[in-house]
Design a protein. Structure first.
Length: 86
């Protein structure tokens, strides 16, 4: 297992439990490929608020950019899927 995959596994083991409900919704939006503006509209919040949540997500998930946030989101979905590894 590579270093990045190992890091993602560590993230899946605890960081998701520390996310707020709104951060989880933003994470789902990013995972779906939506823009900050679209996520803001969907959630009824300002785009600046979505950006603040993205910054918090990157800090909590220990990643550097939006793409890495999306990768972690997909990993978390996979790990929580009935067909994912246990």
């Amino acid at each position: 297992m590579g270093a990045q995959a190992s890091q993602i596994s560590e993230i899946g083991n605890g960081a998701a439990a520390k996310l707020t409900p709104t951060q989880i919704k933003v994470l789902q939006g990013v995972s779906s490929g939506r823009l900050n503006k679209q996520i803001a509209y969907d959630l009824g919040i300002a785009e600046a608020t979505v950006k603040a949540h993205m910054t918090a997500l990157m800090r909590k998930l220990n990643v550097r950019n939006r793409t890495q946030v999306a990768v972690v989101a997909q990993h978390l979905v996979y790990m929580n899927d009935d067909n994912g590894p246990r």
